[in-house]
Each structure stands twice: as structure tokens, then as C-alpha cells.
Write a protein of this length. Structure first.
Length: 396
């Protein structure tokens, strides 16, 4: 997808040249409106390709800072000073709802981001070593104390996660991962690999990651299927009361309001995606099928109805548009200005946006009763909500 591939990434990264706190600027890319929109649209497309038709909402909550964790690594002496480091840069959450909006399940994962030279190698440095110590060897049966920032202050909370679902007593592999962000371009041999890669080290003394997934594929792996491949379940209802992981996630999310940050180009606190460009999605679908009837079916899968523009855009128009797109843009590499001009030829440039999320206002979801009552949130968050639909809803 264009927003998570090299062209968009390289153009954006050039604008960060000379910035301080470069890693934070790189992370801000994930929270920008056009990238949130693209993520929501791609999730919907992937689900539709699996025959699962759903409403999709993506909300990004930006926090200018990261929580700190004080912990006991494996073999740490009982009276020794505990190490402290950044907990994570991003909390990624996926919620599944019934067609009526009832929360059915939730999954969450902590992500530690690093600027990297190679797509599958963690960089060195003191901070990375401490963060790896936390992710790979922290004692889950001893306290992990979280603080709002490096100056500590009052703790967010203290947590003993206990053994993982696979019986592991050390490390956070079941609920955390590393994100490598390309500083420039990867080596030529790995050029097809995208600029954002998610993975886990092959061993505690190794810098190499097991074959990583793109950030987009990592998100999709949390969204797809009844048993997500990444992240850990956040309990709901009565079962949430005794789940320490659930309490940690809820404490980190805290309360939040719609404000703009003073730095980072006044990045909005909350960025939401619940609509998408109809012209863009129609353009992307023109050459994905061989028959007009299949094209119409794909449109219905996206829009939950038969779009009105089909009243003037018939089979002959589709054939002409399809042939032209296959000739001049077979790889979907053109930018928005080109797409607008192309669609204008067929009187499709000014179509209304369509809803990825239809029923509710684009606001942060209401917080549960056990969320902390203070300032929060303490960590940047991406919240993806998938709401199932029973059938297409057609216009009269």
C-alpha cells in the first residue's frame, strides 16, 4: 500500500532532516491523518478479500513522551538497584464488536520502535540494551513499576504479569514486539522489503530478527482470524478484574482529550479515520477483476450498497477506464493529483467520501470503569475497531 511503501516514506523522512528527537518524528508518521486513513482502508480491503465484511475505524492517540518501566531482569540480585528504561513507544489495540456495537474481544501489543540501518537487525546502544533486557528477560513474577516519564513522579502502577499463556516466566514476547524504521533505504538485496518492519530477536545475544513482517502485515495479523498471531488478549467483563495485563493496558490508555501538541507540527492528540475517498477506492478496483459484474460486486463489498455513480458509469465506461489504467498505472504507483485527473475523465473525480464506519461519531470510545482518573494517556496508541455487519445495506 502506497502510504506504507518507500515512495511516501522517503518523501516524508526527508522533511525530518535536522530534527531533534528523530525517532519521535519517525513515529509521528504513523499518526498522521493520511496514514491513518490508508490503514483503515487497507484493513477493510483485506477483510473483504477474506469474505468478511465489516465497518472499520482507526483512532490514533499521540502522546509526546513515553512511560518508563522499572523491573527485575532474570538473575537480578534481590537488593540490587533495578534497571529502568522506556516501556514502549506505541500501544497497538484491536477491538472486535458485534453488528450492534457490543465489544466481543480485544487484543493489545506494546511496540518498541528503533531507527535502523538494516531491515532485520536491531541497532546497538545503551538504551536499546536496556529495552531488550525488559522485553526479553524481565521477571514476570516480580513487580514492573511504570512511571509517566524519565523524571518518574507518581507511578502509573505496579504490575506482576505472571506466567505467559505458554508458561514463560521471563520476557514479554507474548505482548510486545520491536518496530524497525528505515533511516534511509535498506541494502539493495532487500529493497522489496518495506520501510517499517516488526519482529523479535532470534536470540538474547543476537541483533538479527526472525523474518520480520511489515508494519501493515503485523496489524493485519492482529485483525484477522479468531486467534490473532500477535499481541495478548485484553479481558473484558468479570474476567478483567483479575487480569494484570488488562489493568496495565487500561492504566496506560487513561483518559484523553482532543488537544494539539505544542511540538511536532502541532500533531493532533486524537486522529480518526472513518471515511475514505470513493474516487480513490474505485480507481484502485478498476483493474482488479476481469468482468464488470465482479467489479460491481467488489464495490458492494466496500460500500455495503450499489453506488449511485453506476447510474451513469456503465460497463462500457468501465472497460475503457480499466484498459487505460492497465496501460499507464498497472502498479498503482500514481499520486493523488494523477488519480483525480484520471477519474475526472469519467466524471468520477468528485464523488462523496464513503463511510468505513457508519453509526457512531468519530470520538474516542468511552472509557471502562477501571480506567485511571488522572491526566493520562501515558503512551501513544493506535486503536482499531472492527464491527461486523450482517448483510449489505442497499440504498433505495
Amino acid at each position: 500500500m502506497k502510504q506504507y511503501d518507500w515512495s511516501a516514506w522517503s518523501d516524508r523522512v526527508k522533511s525530518f532532516t535536522g530534527k531533534w528527537a528523530l525517532e519521535r518524528w519517525f513515529l509521528m508518521y504513523l499518526h498522521e491523518q493520511e496514514n491513518i486513513d490508508a490503514l483503515a482502508l487497507e484493513i477493510k480491503a483485506r477483510l473483504a478479500a477474506e469474505g468478511r465484511f465489516a465497518e472499520v475505524q482507526v483512532q490514533s492517540i499521540w502522546v509526546d513522551g513515553t512511560p518508563q518501566a522499572e523491573f527485575s531482569p532474570k538473575g537480578h540480585p534481590p537488593r540490587g538497584k533495578k534497571p529502568q528504561c522506556e516501556l514502549a513507544d506505541l500501544l497497538l489495540c484491536v477491538r472486535w464488536e458485534s453488528p450492534s456495537g457490543l465489544l466481543q474481544r480485544e487484543q493489545a501489543m506494546l511496540i518498541q520502535a528503533k531507527i535502523a540501518i538494516k531491515y532485520n537487525e536491531l541497532p546497538g546502544g545503551k538504551s536499546t540494551r536496556k529495552e531488550r533486557l525488559l522485553f526479553e528477560t524481565c521477571n514476570r513474577h516480580k513487580n514492573i513499576t511504570l512511571y509517566p516519564g524519565v523524571n518518574r513522579g507518581d507511578p502509573i502502577g505496579t504490575y506482576q504479569l505472571g506466567s505467559s499463556t505458554t508458561g514463560q516466566s521471563y520476557g514479554l514476547r507474548d505482548c510486545a514486539s520491536f518496530l524497525l524504521m528505515a533511516k534511509g533505504t535498506w541494502p539493495v538485496a532487500t529493497a522489496p522489503v518495506g520501510p517499517l518492519q516488526v519482529g523479535w530477536p532470534v536470540g538474547k545475544t543476537k541483533v538479527e530478527l526472525t523474518p520480520p513482517d511489515s508494519y501493515l502485515d503485523a496489524v493485519i495479523s492482529m485483525v484477522s482470524g479468531s486467534a490473532p498471531a500477535m499481541g495478548r488478549e485484553v479481558k473484558t467483563g468479570a474476567s478483567a478484574v483479575n487480569c494484570v495485563w488488562t489493568k496495565m493496558v487500561n492504566d496506560l490508555r487513561g483518559k484523553y482529550g482532543k488537544v494539539n501538541m505544542s511540538g511536532y507540527n502541532e500533531q493532533a492528540r486524537v486522529t480518526s479515520a472513518s471515511t475514505a475517498s470513493t474516487s480513490y477506492i474505485v480507481y484502485s478496483l478498476l483493474d482488479k477483476v476481469e468482468y464488470f459484474s465482479d467489479f460491481v460486486l467488489r464495490l458492494q463489498e466496500y460500500f455495503f450498497c450499489e453506488p449511485r455513480f453506476l447510474r451513469w458509469f456503465g460497463e462500457g465506461d468501465w472497460w475503457r477506464a480499466r484498459r487505460l489504467k492497465l496501460r499507464i498505472d498497472p502498479n498503482d504507483s500514481k499520486g493523488p493529483d494523477f488519480i483525480w485527473e484520471f477519474m475526472a475523465r469519467f466524471d468520477l473525480a468528485d464523488l462523496d467520501d464513503f463511510d468505513l464506519w457508519r453509526r457512531d461519531p468519530v470520538d474516542p470510545p468511552p472509557q471502562d470503569w477501571d480506567f485511571k482518573d488522572d491526566n493520562g494517556p501515558y503512551i501513544s496508541t493506535q486503536l482499531i475497531t472492527i464491527r461486523g455487519v450482517d448483510e449489505y445495506r442497499r440504498r433505495d
